[in-house]
Design a protein. Structure first.
Length: 474
């Protein structure tokens, strides 16, 4: 059998077009070669090809900023901390420990209710006042509309009956006497049938007008420019509606005063500064000691047994007992409280660090680092601690309000800071005794500040811990 093969010949068009295509290809390759220059091999350039602009802290910050509540509380907390230092520098502020006395009577300004003004009342134009000299500031005058005090059972003549007031004449002076259950005036059977004589079973004040322009019997203060003062300087008449103030100052007691006559506004911010200082210092010691012990405990196997025994001893003794014992033995003060809290608080941080390190210490990258002879401190700093940032930040954020709460507790049982040193613990301890009285504001304001601090640190700490977790990074 024979196989027949057919010989294929190129077409005439293909033969003619092939040289043209080959020439065009050679020209294109020449043009391409002219556009590019061969680069020599570079180690650094090769390394950059695998480089990523990912930043752990930038990614953590981006995730944290997505939580608006945490950002808002962070600004609130930052403002609160900053304001504790700014407040004493603001104009017209009382010193926190200063006992404020009335400049005329010398009585302590005790339990003054919160107010945004020092104005107690206003008097209309034409009101007559008795002036007491005030040398503190010539721009102010101490005024009262009390002519004198009529002693009990002294006889006076009623010249006009005005209901809650009666106009009387006594020893050649005309004035007004309050007619209420506190004075218990002995009036006639028909009090409107004047004149008649009467007396009181208690001392009463004789006023220049049927209005009590006093603060519980003490002088108020008015600007001298609002008064027309007599030549002898003992009496004055209001030339317009005049504001009568509890002190010769526009500086008000925004949070009121305590029973010692101290400005609660200044006390709260001074106490907040003290309590935050204690909280930050305790949190710092807890972090430093806890991280150091926890890293050694988890990474260096030879220390596991001895540190475990130390932890068992420390953890089995209640923190409250240690805190009370140290505070009872040592002299009350900030250093005592910081020492007592730092003595045991590191254990919790160390346990968390140890447990996390045990999980990751034998991973491939740590084994590779040890095989390459990398120093242990470098492995700890570079390979281990970055994975523990979320745990550390959360523990520190919770340690600050926890330390403040411990300071409040130890002060509550009488072993905290001395009363002369303002703190939130001292203020809450004093205020709790007045919770059922009209001075309950002395507990309200310190408690509000403490709540803001505690809630802010708790939420910020939890949100930052979540943001620091690499699983939440995109």
């Amino acid at each position: 059998m024979f196989k027949l093969f057919r010989k294929t010949f190129p077409k005439q068009g293909d033969v003619l077009s092939r040289p043209i295509e080959q020439a065009a290809a050679e020209k294109t390759q020449a043009d391409m070669d002219a556009l590019f220059v061969a680069a020599a091999y570079d180690d650094s350039a090769a390394e950059r090809t695998g480089y990523s602009n990912y930043s752990y802290w930038r990614s953590t910050l981006r995730v944290f900023l997505k939580n608006r509540m945490a950002v808002f509380l962070l600004f609130v907390l930052a403002f609160l901390v900053l304001f504790t230092f700014i407040q004493p520098l603001l104009p017209g502020q009382y010193e926190a420990t200063r006992i404020i006395n009335h400049p005329i009577t010398g009585k302590q300004m005790s339990n003054v209710s919160p107010s945004f003004t020092t104005v107690m009342t206003t008097a209309p134009a034409g009101t007559e006042f008795i002036i007491t000299p005030y040398d503190g500031d010539p721009a102010w005058c101490a005024v009262t509309n009390v002519l004198q005090t009529i002693q009990r059972r002294e006889v006076m003549t009623v010249t006009e009956y005005l209901g809650n007031w009666v106009k009387v004449e006594y020893e050649g002076q005309e004035g007004y006497v309050i007619n209420d259950f506190t004075t218990k005036l002995k009036l006639a059977d028909d009090p409107e049938a004047v004149p008649y004589e009467m007396h009181s079973n208690f001392p009463v004040s004789l006023f220049t007008s049927p209005q009590d322009y006093t603060n519980d019997g003490t002088e108020l203060f008015a600007r001298a420019e609002d008064l027309t003062i007599s030549e002898d300087g003992t009496t004055a008449t209001a030339n317009k509606e005049v504001e009568l103030r509890v002190l010769p100052s526009t500086q008000a007691f925004w949070f009121g005063t305590n029973n010692a006559g101290q400005d609660l506004w200044a006390l709260v911010w001074s106490g907040t500064r003290t309590s935050l200082f204690i909280g930050f210092v305790v949190a710092l010691f807890e972090a430093l000691i806890g991280i150091l012990v926890g890293v050694l405990w988890g990474y260096v196997r030879q220390t596991d047994r001895i540190i475990t025994e130390i932890y068992n001893v420390v953890d089995n003794v209640p923190n409250t007992i240690v805190l009370i014992l140290i505070s009872y033995i040592m002299r009350p003060g900030i250093s005592t409280i910081v020492f007592a809290m730092s003595l045991t608080r590191w254990a919790g941080m160390a346990r968390f660090i140890r447990n996390q390190i045990v999980i990751i210490r034998d991973r491939d990258y740590n084994l590779a680092s040890r095989c390459l002879g990398t120093a242990t401190p470098r492995i700890i700093v570079r390979n281990l601690l970055p994975y523990l940032v979320s745990v550390i930040m959360l523990r520190m954020a919770l340690a600050i309000p926890g330390a403040i709460g411990s300071e409040v507790f130890i002060t509550y049982i009488g072993l905290g800071l001395p009363v002369s040193l303002p703190s939130l613990g001292n203020l809450i301890n004093v205020g709790r005794k007045l919770i059922s009285t009209s001075q309950s504001y002395q507990l309200t304001f310190p408690t509000i500040v403490l709540s803001i601090v505690t809630i802010s640190f708790y939420i910020i700490g939890n949100v930052f811990a979540d943001a620091a977790d690499p699983k939440n990074h995109v």
